[in-house]
Design a protein around this ligand. Structure first.
Ligand code: XMP
Length: 327
């Protein structure tokens, strides 16, 4: 059955059995809703859209086309994982669009955070709409809307990420199979669908991606420094057993240089700031007490392996007064 709202008496999905029952029910519902028509999905590689993709592949196979737009602001290895999991392992119809140059060219010289967000959001819709127009006979748009999105948009807290962004000529009917689920339930369902653990249990990642962790006007070299330092941080947190424990952790490379010394020579380079926070609802956050020896390892690796970085700092600021992200 296609639900409009979460039934008041719905049991929280906390076991593989409940997840499988939900999957069976929604596979049937999607088949009934869609018939033999085609469905389009913007697949970011985040938990919600990935679970929707896996569910729809199970329900309607190649009637689904997934579009993965790489805006150049994804973390290291993310586009590759989307291709590996969905195209190679699940045999999905996947359109991969490397739009890195389009996004970075539009963002060049733009230093206002909200303008950066707007450019990234608008360009995303434009690229996705272009791909949608190339496909014939699509009548449905699948979205990873979840129950908190609906509640928050009803409360006026935020316009939920999906609502009505596409141009009018793309008038699709929506397919939202995880719309009545809470996040932990989406993860249970993702697990039951066989998605990789690091996809299902990954930390939150903002839509504008690494763009907001490269404060000020984004340049390709500084963006690479953010991406490489983030990859080292994630690798070391994983090795130290912190990956599933710390709520969100990432690096930021501000547009500011300081004097340092590398190989006996003056090195006038950027600093990398590490952020690691715990929270329940992201409205407030406390910093993680990262062990000192892990910090030393991170400083050593980031300053030696990431071009352009000569210092590493740890941000000890809770929210408030800091926000979690820097922009
Ligand atoms: P702040 O920085 O406001 O972040 O303390 C709270 C949570 O929201 C995420 N965040 C975003 N997510 N688009 C998103 O999809 C955005 O523009 C955005 N800004 C912040 C942030 O990563 C944190 O989890």
């Amino acid at each position: 059955m296609v639900y409009d709202r979460r039934p008041d008496d719905m049991v929280r999905i906390t076991t593989p059995e409940l997840a499988n029952a939900f999957i069976d029910e929604q596979v049937q519902a999607v088949k009934e809703q869609v018939g033999d028509k085609k469905v389009l999905l913007a697949l970011s590689g985040g938990v919600d859209s990935s679970v929707v993709a896996a569910l729809l592949i199970k329900a309607i196979g190649d009637q689904l086309t997934c579009v993965h737009v790489n805006h150049g602001l994804l973390r290291k290895g993310e586009p590759e994982q989307v291709i590996e999991v969905f195209q190679n392992q699940m045999n999905a119809n996947l359109v991969y669009v490397d739009a890195t140059d389009r996004f970075l060219d539009k963002l060049a010289g733009v230093d206002d955070p909200e303008q950066k967000r707007m450019i990234i959001g608008n360009e995303f819709i434009e690229v996705f709409a272009e791909e949608a127009r190339k496909l014939e006979g699509v009548e449905f748009l699948a979205q990873g809307t979840i129950w908190p999105d609906i509640l928050e948009s009803e409360d006026g807290i935020k316009a939920h990420h999906n609502a009505g962004g596409l141009p009018e000529d793309l008038n699709f009917e929506l397919v939202e199979p995880v719309k009545i689920l809470f996040k932990d339930e989406v993860r249970m369902v993702g697990d039951a669908l066989g998605l990789p653990e690091n996809m299902v249990y990954r930390q939150p990642f903002p839509g504008p991606g690494l763009g907001v962790r490269c404060p000020g006007a984004i340049t390709r070299d500084r963006l690479e420094a953010v991406r490489e330092s983030d990859a080292i941080l994630r690798e070391e947190f994983e090795k130290a057993g912190l990956a599933g424990k710390v709520w969100q952790y990432f690096t930021v490379v501000p547009d500011f240089r300081s004097t340092g010394v590398k190989d006996g020579k003056r090195a006038f380079e950027w600093m990398c700031i590490i952020r690691a926070v715990n929270t329940k609802d992201a409205m407030t956050a406390e910093i993680e007490h990262v062990p000192f020896d892990l910090m030393q390892k991170l400083v050593d690796r980031i300053t030696h392996e990431v071009p352009g970085i000569n210092r590493v700092l740890y941000d000890m600021t809770p929210k408030p007064t800091g926000t979690i992200e820097y922009e």
